[in-house]
Design a protein. Sequence first.
Length: 68
Amino acid sequence: ARMQEGSLSLMQMAKISSALHNYQFDKKLFYVSILTSPTTGGVTASFGMLGDIIIAEPNAYIAFAGKR
């Protein structure tokens, strides 16, 4: 979600992260995060980096904030 998409979209990332926590810890299941280029901002800050294993495509642009 981007800031331009509104506060509702940003709040959904918190709900997804919470559901992912339940998925990983309550049910003892494995979570693999696959990142493609570009992966920045909210995805990196929330569920993108929560995987048990994180895989990215070669030379992918992955950052918390975009280029200036």
